[in-house]
Ligand binder design. Structure first.
Ligand code: ATP
Ligand code: MG
Length: 425
């Protein structure tokens, strides 16, 4: 039996991978423009990092981690998300000692043991941004604006930006009591997970996808009802700044992010029509996290977006521009001597930066010309035994169907000149 790829993973083949490259280029470009620098952290970390940094009561830690013992009996976990690793790196490399804030971004694969569905994979990819060492609402606004700007540059349609404030430990404690009071009479009807959340982290009940739980929490007190003065002011300023940047957003008091370390701002971007998994970006402020992973008290905010879902949204909004791998010249060599002479020519042209191919299968003239057609080459240069002896080569313009004989020694200069003219035009 042939071996198959693991469930919930994908092979990204030519034809699709170009869309990924396009999106990655747009991401790198906007990060450069906004002054964010790339960080690359390991694909696996000590399990404890995620237990502490993501939180024991989250689905990620409870159900979704790829955890294994390495040969030294250490518990390791394939990273399910990027924020905890970035905070660990910030502490471990003492980035808090340099100029603040530290504005970072990352892209790469994440791993979660989930039930695979459309838009939900076990290996998926995220682009994320983290700003460490700044606590003002303008930071939150900058980060949300970056997402908004990126999605608009990509031409995504049907975007909805939802923002909320989940408060701080002080105001959340008050909310927790009110929420538990509200839920007490409905408690036994909640789903099994939410029954557990009731004691530990009732806020997350608002986030439950179960329709019964959603029904039961209609009209429940929200964190906005109990925001303390500081959190309330922060949220108000954030909204003013978003409006100033012309970000279209909605306050969504039911938006609570699944992670324990969030404070104040939480946000999500949804997009219509990509199916049930419509969240293409989630983020928020996590002023408690750096300390949680052993560093000094440091404010932080960031987001992560799912590349697969952004690409799905992009496809529905007209798609990434087509990029094709295209030769300028196909060197058609017939016979052994022509092949080695042709290979020498092609190698010199490649050094000069010309997109050029040579047949690798020893095919017939007809088959080689057909291949030239497939790669949409502008020219075919045909070199056989006879041409070699005469010191010439036949240059066929494949667009016009015309051909001419030129001296073999002049070929490279001639083709490079044409190429430069065509690239300019
Ligand atoms: P969901 O509610 O869809 O499970 P989440 O809250 O677990 O999302 P985050 O941890 O906030 O997601 O991750 C940020 C983004 O990463 C999501 O908005 C989504 O676009 C993407 N994402 C998360 N899990 C997956 C997955 N298993 N497959 C593909 N994309 C994912
Ligand atoms: Mg999830």
């Amino acid at each position: 039996m042939a071996i198959q790829r693991p469930k919930g993973t994908q092979d990204l083949l030519p034809g699709v991978v170009e869309k990924w490259q396009y999106l990655e280029e747009q991401i790198r470009k906007i990060c450069r423009e906004y002054g964010y620098e790339e960080i690359r952290t390991p694909m696996f970390e000590a399990t404890e990092l995620f237990q502490r940094g993501v939180g024991e009561t989250t689905d990620i830690v409870n159900k979704e981690m790829y955890t294994f013992l390495d040969k030294g009996d250490r518990s390791m976990t394939l990273r399910p998300e990027g924020t905890a690793s970035v905070c660990r790196a910030y502490v471990e490399n003492k980035l808090y000692g340099g100029p603040q804030p530290v504005k970072l971004y990352y892209t790469g694969p994440m791993f979660r043991y989930e039930r695979p569905q459309s838009g939900r994979f076990r290996q998926f990819h995220q682009f994320g941004v983290e700003v460490l060492g700044a606590d003002k609402p303008i930071v939150d606004a900058e980060v949300i604006t970056l997402v908004w700007d990126l999605y608009n540059r990509l031409g995504l349609k049907g975007l909805e930006v939802h923002v909320n404030s989940v408060g701080c430990p002080t105001c959340r404690a008050e909310h927790k009591i009110k929420l538990q009071e509200f839920l007490a009479p409905r408690r036994e009807h909640l789903c099994k997970d939410c029954q557990e959340r009731y004691e530990k982290n009732p806020l997350r009940i608002l986030d439950c996808k179960n329709p019964t739980c959603q029904e039961l929490t209609q009209g429940a007190p929200t964190t906005l009802d109990t925001l303390c003065e500081d959190c309330g002011q922060h949220f108000k300023e954030l909204q003013e700044l978003l409006s100033a940047a012309e970000v279209v957003y909605k306050v969504d008091p039911r938006l609570v992010r699944g992670l324990d370390y969030y404070r104040k701002t939480a946000f999500e971007v949804l997009v219509e029509d990509i199916g049930a998994q419509s969240a293409i970006c989630g983020g928020g402020r996590y002023d408690g996290l750096v300390q949680e992973v052993g560093g000094p008290q440091t404010p932080g905010i960031g987001f992560a977006m799912g590349i697969e879902r952004v690409l799905a949204a992009l496809n529905l909004s007209g798609g990434a521009p087509d990029v094709e791998t295209k030769d300028y010249l196909m060197l058609v060599a017939l016979g052994e001597r022509a092949q080695s002479e042709g290979f020498a020519i092609v190698s010199r042209l490649r050094k000069k930066g010309l997109p050029v191919s040579i047949d690798l299968l020893g095919r017939s003239l007809k088959a080689q010309l057909k291949a030239a057609d497939r790669t949409k080459a502008n020219y075919a240069a045909i070199l056989g035994q006879e041409e070699l002896e005469k010191g010439i080569i036949i240059l066929r313009n494949l667009t016009l169907g015309e051909q001419e004989e030129i001296a073999l020694k002049d070929l490279e200069e001639y083709v490079m000149r044409k190429y430069r003219e065509d690239v300019k035009a």
